[in-house]
Write a protein of this length. Structure first.
Length: 247
């Protein structure tokens, strides 16, 4: 099983059907389309809205929307956009699917009970549910690295490649866990950076598994994974390190 197959399988088992867009979407409020575009734009800035819908009667179902950055002079109805089928998802859409869809979109509208009521944007990818999901995915990735390393270097022969300081730290952690009646594998006591370094030092062995064009590209991706893991683990804002597109 290659990396993509492994991660897809584990995602299906752990996340795909249990966590939905409901965990990150925001209610979107309708504005009257007879209002001046300038006033509507200021109102959207106050509410921190990049997109909102407009209607002649805000009590009725929504069918058009506006984008804040497009508003200028005139009535906001002049800037209306119609909903497209691929702009709308159901409220049961999984978070994994939402992430995939937002790779190519700035926003998605969410239907509840046959009406568009909510919105999700790339900014919402910094919310807690996404952070938890990302951390879980990185943990699955780390488990996959452990499997690869142990299959390639059986009987803990991979330990020979660690420097003395790293090896001492690993053995110390391993011994402490055993004293506490925990029976770990030695690979469990290795740091993520050690596991990734092991993959990079043996790029020729693992390149067909990761299907990344060069060692440098793989190194950049692994470095970003570690940065993301550390940012989430230490409760830092992800967008301090990555744009939402990069994330």
């Amino acid at each position: 099983m290659n990396l993509c197959q492994y991660l897809n399988t584990m995602l299906l088992l752990n996340f795909k059907y249990d966590v939905t867009v409901k965990s990150i979407y925001e209610k979107i409020y309708a504005l009257c389309y007879h209002n001046e575009a300038y006033d509507v734009k200021n109102e959207m800035i106050k509410r921190n809205f990049d997109f909102t819908w407009i209607s002649e009667d805000i009590s009725k179902p929504i069918c058009v929307y506006i984008i804040r950055d497009e508003l200028n002079t005139g009535k906001c109805i002049e800037y209306k956009r119609d909903f497209k089928v691929d702009d709308v998802i159901s409220d049961s859409t999984s978070l994994i699917e939402v992430i995939e869809l937002l790779k190519d979109k700035k926003f998605l509208f969410v239907i509840e009970e046959n009406e568009v009521k909510f919105i999700v944007t790339k900014t919402d990818l910094n919310k807690q549910a996404i952070r938890i999901l990302s951390f879980g995915l990185i943990n699955l990735f780390e488990i996959y690295l452990e499997i690869l390393i142990e299959e390639t270097y059986p009987n803990d022969s991979w330990l020979d490649f660690l420097n003395n300081n790293r090896l001492e730290n690993l053995i110390s952690l391993y011994d402490n866990q055993r004293k506490n009646n925990i029976e770990p594998f030695k690979i469990d006591c290795a740091q993520l950076c050690d596991k990734m370094d092991k993959i990079l030092k043996n790029y020729d062995i693992f390149k067909t598994i990761f299907q990344i064009g060069s060692k440098r590209l793989l190194e950049d991706k692994l470095d970003n994974i570690e940065k993301l893991r550390n940012a989430i683990a230490h409760a830092h804002e992800v967008n301090k390190y990555f744009s939402m597109d990069e994330f």
